[in-house]
Design a protein around this ligand. Sequence first.
Ligand code: AMP
Ligand code: ZN
Length: 113
Amino acid sequence: MDCLFCKIAQKKIPAKIIYEDEHAVAFEDINPQAPVHALIIPKKHISTGLDLKEEDNALVGHLFQVASRIAREKGIAERGFRLVTNTNAESGQSVFHIHIHLLGGRRMHWPPG
Ligand code: AMP
Ligand code: ZN
């Protein structure tokens, strides 16, 4: 399958990987929108949140655990941070392998735009 994030997870394309375990990988976003901007992905290919199955529930929880771990390691947990998962065209999703953006290290705006 021709998927950028599958290739990053399989180390076929380089990325600044900051966390990895059996089920998940996290790496620095190539075009950071905040001082901390990491992407947390499952190793399993899932295109969007709309494609999640009941059997993926634990995996999604695990991705949030990884996000919290990275936020603590980066020293932004107490200050606060934002987790974002874009879904389909109007959200701006550009890579169709589900991912959580971890954004922090600056004041986040609301509404997000
Ligand atoms: P989204 O627009 O929500 O699908 O997010 C995709 C994100 O992937 C964007 O923030 C991009 O900057 C990021 N991105 C695209 N290609 C790479 C890459 N090769 N390595 C790291 N991040 C990437
Ligand atoms: Zn993929």
